[in-house]
Write a protein that binds this ligand. Sequence first.
Ligand code: AMP
Length: 115
Amino acid sequence: MTDNIFLKIARHEIPANIVFEDDRVVAFKDINPQAPVHILIIPRTEAIPTLNDLKPENKDLVGHMFLVAKKLAAEFGIAEDGYRCVINCNEGAGQSVFQLHMHVLGGRPMGWPPG
Ligand code: AMP
């Protein structure tokens, strides 16, 4: 398995504030939160560096990531006011960790367009 810091979190080799995990994903609080609720959801079983690396066989995994985002938004009390799910792809979009991850942000008003 190609390694990265998020896969080490998924394997519990380095600490993180994990809020949900199952056989396919791990969700944990962002270490540098940009909103009162800022959770990252990652695939736990395989290295997928960027959105560009997604394969057709990953479609169930990505659907599952969104269902986990919806569940966590409800649990963290941001579902009704609103929240944002973001995947940054490559440096130009601000990606800094090269394991596919979905940001779930909420708890404050969100501007548009994003910077
Ligand atoms: P991105 O810029 O889209 O690649 O997002 C990477 C995110 O990972 C940033 O929001 C970082 O604050 C966050 N991050 C980096 N290292 C850790 C870590 N060890 N635990 C939790 N979040 C992290």
